[in-house]
Ligand binder design. Sequence first.
Ligand code: M6R
Length: 611
Amino acid sequence: MKYNVCGIVGLIGEQIRVSALVEALEKLEYRGYDSAGIAFLKDRKLNITKSKGKVENLKNQLQDRLNEVIETGIAHTRWATHGEPNDVNAHPHSDCFCKISVVHNGIIENFRSLKMRLQELGHNFLSQTDTEVIPHLIEEHYNGDLLEAVRKAVLKLEGSYAIAVVHADHPDIIVGARKGSPLIVGVNGSTKGLASDVTPLLKFTREVVFLQDGEIVELSRDTVKIIGFDGTIHERNSVHVDWSYEDAQKSGYKHFMLKEIFEEPSCIVSVLTGRIKNGSVVLEEFEPFEKTLIDSKSMKVIACGTSYHAALIFKYLLENKTNITVDVDVSSEFRYKRINLKPGSIVLAISQSGETADTLESVRLAKKHGAKIVAVTNVVGSTLTREADCVLYLNAGPEISVAATKSYVAQLVMLYLLMLRANEILNDSMEQNSELIDRLMRFPEIFENSLKFADKIHELARKYKDYKHFMYIGRAYGYPTALEGALKLKEISYIHATGYPAGELKHGPIAMLGPDFPVFAIAPNDSLFPKMKSNIIECRSRKARILAVTSDDNQEISELADDIITVNSSREELYPLLMAPVIQLFAYFVADELGFDPDKPRNLAKSVTVE
Ligand code: M6R
């Protein structure tokens, strides 16, 4: 399973200059821009420069050295997961004697125990990162053979990683290893290299090897040696890539939005990583607030846009599964209402960017009233994370397309975990809990399968693209999904779309329906399907076309809908997650068919930092 967070690169060759590594890093900047860093060997001496913020800052710091020819080097652009985005936490990280340097993309789950053990052995740590255990582990195992030391070190790591390693005493090699995060090796030409994706390598070679999980590579100027974690030699054929640079950045997808939807299975893995142990949910950050939650039996949630829809799903989840009451407000409404919060009560602020002005202002207001802020966000170091009392990170990697897709899926997974944790502490329905946990763990695979239906959704998008209006309807968990489906469609295709609770249709909106106003029905075979069925029949009798997304155990829907998209049948609370890629892909393909750029919708910005 791929894990896309930071960008790493390493180069080795005859005439490599510092500037080549910086340029390579610029190509990876779209993967993260919290900090950038470089380690290169010159005259067998390790030189490390790191800087908070964009690659530009690093470049400025290196200005006098950009032209220097080096022996080898590695570089990193960071999307922070563990530790603030600052100079100390920036990669590369080193061992005690600054001889070994490592860049890493991924998460080392067992870093705390490894760090403790290494500290007992006398190792000195500088940063808050999980990565820093890697150079110290390599140092611990180093006996003159870097490849073997890396091999022994990776055997101790749990989690996901792609790493690149240099050692001052080995100016003629770079060693890389992968488990769970991508690592691509450029294998011919006078400059060889490895990187998180092919973009920085295209300048030097188009013959690449996609390293597989459990493989280690040693690159020299003339040789490429690949071994397994067990030490056996792996023979691998290279493949020729003819992508343009832009295509490569999007991993060959036409738009970032499509790429990000296809990254959803790996995002689910990222959120779940380290969160489930021995069949129960571990949310260490949230522990100090558990007692308040049990005592108050209530929670306020604030968010905007797609995050607000995730919040609504959370309300259904928590209220249906526990006796906790959840009160959800759009942040821009909350901040102008009379605030009625008890001191110490919990306010959950959900924001992908952590920079949404209305959510931040609401957080400040809630704090003034003595509330404790629990943030769910994707961006480490964002304003929200600095102002919150506790942060639950999504670790979904940078989302470049303006439309929230993979971050929504990651939010939902985090909110399921929070609901399950609440259930655990209230000691309610443990049996159901473990079934839900099992199902969640299988979701990455289920998503991979659902995404195979993209072509069918594309076909339907072609069929429906010329309608000027859409009505999205759903009940219970399906209602926020309907809202989100309508938001996705309107924000990138500019088609008017409205989301409604299906039961509300006859209180007004049904008046608009007709042959030119299709209905997108969120209609899984759940406990409310009989009600949805009646609503669909009402719409049909107004001659509206019905496009339904349902579960594969629903036999009745074929008589009711004109077109059907099916997802795997599941427990009803999990349908919002299962149906997320369907509503996103439908909106994406409609926008693309209409000739709009889904990544940059008009009038919108990725972070809404103004009121
Ligand atoms: O970064 P946030 O989650 O706080 O952003 C909230 C909304 O601005 C965001 O979800 C927006 O609605 C997206 N464009 C939806 O795709």
